[in-house]
Design a protein. Structure first.
Length: 176
């Protein structure tokens, strides 16, 4: 096997990305403190043609050198917006018939492998703070809460890893 060269990867230009049909997923970052995590989530959202990212609360906004370091330009391709109050955003999204999914460990959570997205529905996936997780008021307002099953001693994944796992899983299910 031979590794592909960059010019063989058929990458979209930023303009082509913006005009592409998007995956009906919106990502909400609820008080993410690490700029590297924010940049990594942008890159994952670019990879899977995510509709939009909302940055909420203390989550930093581009342009910022530490976001750029991991985003590698995806802050230019992926649509994003800053909204200070996460709960206010969630209520606005719900009013527009967007289903809210929080990624959190809660009583009666749906395990990721058991979640089947519906066609013709747009989902907003909320990822929470590295220490405190998704705010309880946002969890309480969510239509569903999904947990990523974990079998080791920590039961905690980095937010950018969680985003990669969840976005990839739902992307595959929507495109199967």
């Amino acid at each position: 096997m031979r590794k592909l060269k960059n010019k063989e990867l058929n990458r979209l230009s930023v303009e082509d990305f913006k005009m592409s049909k998007k995956t009906p997923l919106i990502v909400v970052l609820d008080n993410i403190r690490s700029l590297n995590n924010i940049g990594s989530v942008f890159r994952t959202c670019d990879a899977f043609l995510i509709e939009k990212i909302y940055l909420c609360g203390i989550t930093a906004k581009p342009p910022h050198k530490d976001i750029h370091k991991t985003a590698l330009g995806s802050t230019d391709s992926v649509a994003w917006e800053y909204i200070e109050d996460t709960l206010e955003l969630i209520e606005k999204l719900k009013a527009n018939n967007i289903k809210i999914i929080s990624i959190e460990q809660v009583e009666s959570a749906t395990m990721l492998q058991d979640f089947t997205p519906e066609n013709n529905i747009t989902y907003a996936i909320v990822f929470g703070n590295e220490v405190k997780g998704v705010a309880q008021d946002v969890v309480s307002t969510s239509d569903i809460v999904i947990e990523i099953p974990q079998y080791g001693t920590k039961h905690s994944l980095n937010i950018s890893v969680s985003a990669g796992v969840v976005i990839w899983d739902i992307f595959c299910k929507l495109n199967s």
